[in-house]
Design a protein around this ligand. Structure first.
Ligand code: PXL
Length: 291
């Protein structure tokens, strides 16, 4: 049966304040015309980036019964998309979810949220990194940032990388399972272009790159927003390089719409001011093929 609206199982936490995880993912995908079915992993009063003393309700124990109900209902998904996970047990549950609901023609997207700017998040440890390495083996697409890519490959984090080396990283990550690897926040050695998103499509043996100017800002939740745009775009039928372009353009719009205002960056980007951009026709601008 062809569903009138594409459907995503979104396995993430709900952080009430700060525009991360489900509070960012749901509006982005809904605006792109995709149904979001959350499987919440935890409920937090805020995300953990820059807030202390947040309240935290762990939902690990209810995830399996929740999943069992969906299985009984025989719900089918066009995409399974997971992000921030709270424990190794949750990584195992996501793996089981993929075994039950994964199909030949649905898209398994794993954003291995673990670290940024060279450091693991406070809730992560090395055993979770090891389990995440196994989980990405079940993905079609992964979207680590540069720090997470280094952790997954046991490489040292560094502030510069050549195109040749980043291509090796992409291939090594793809060798772990996923057909498409997208690395964000890659330091870019080219003049005037300070950061880039790079991707490898193993089936077509192509490498893509979208460069953008670095803005000295750090807004939590931008990784969730970026991967959600990639998911929405691919489910709308876009090609990988167009999805990358749309992701980068939307994040740039989010940051530029926010940066001129004086407010704490831990509150996230002003998503509500730019959400409608996701309905604009695709404007092709920045992607390049990496030779
Ligand atoms: O944006 C990723 C994310 C999701 N969920 C929680 C987080 C973070 C990043 O810090 O703390 C709870």
């Amino acid at each position: 049966m062809i569903r009138p609206v594409k459907r995503v199982a979104a396995i993430h936490d709900l952080s009430g304040f700060g525009r991360a995880s489900l509070c960012a993912i749901t509006p982005v995908l809904s605006t792109m015309g995709v149904q979001v079915c959350p499987l919440p992993t935890a409920i937090l009063s805020t995300h953990t980036g820059g807030f202390e003393d947040f309240s935290f309700i762990d939902l690990t124990d209810s995830m399996e019964t929740y999943m069992e109900h969906w299985r009984k209902l025989q719900i089918e998904f066009d995409c399974i998309y997971s992000g921030f996970l709270g424990s190794s047990k949750q990584i195992e549950i996501v793996s089981k979810f993929i075994d039950i609901f994964g199909k030949e023609d649905n898209l398994i997207v794993i954003d291995p949220v673990m670290a940024d700017n060279g450091e693991l998040y406070s809730t992560m440890d090395i055993s979770m990194v090891e389990n995440m390495k196994k989980l990405i083996g079940k993905a079609d697409i992964i979207t680590p940032n540069f720090t997470e890519a280094a952790y997954l490959l046991n490489k040292d984090y560094k502030s510069n990388i050549t195109d040749r080396e980043v291509k090796e990283w992409l291939v090594s990550l793809s060798d772990m399972g996923p057909e498409v690897v997208i690395i964000t926040s890659v330091p870019d050695s080219q003049l005037h272009k300070d950061t880039s998103v790079v991707a490898y499509d193993r089936i077509n043996n192509k490498f893509w790159k979208v460069s953008c100017r670095y803005i000295p800002a750090h807004f939590p939740g931008t990784g969730d927003i970026f991967t959600s745009v990639i998911v929405g775009s691919l489910l709308q039928g876009d090609s990988l390089p167009i999805a990358l372009d749309r992701g980068v353009q939307f994040i740039t719009a989010c940051i530029k719409a926010s940066y001129g205002f004086e407010y704490p960056q831990r509150e996230g980007v002003l998503l509500e001011r730019v959400l409608e951009n996701l309905k604009m026709p695709v404007v092709v601008s920045g992607y390049e093929l990496m030779e």
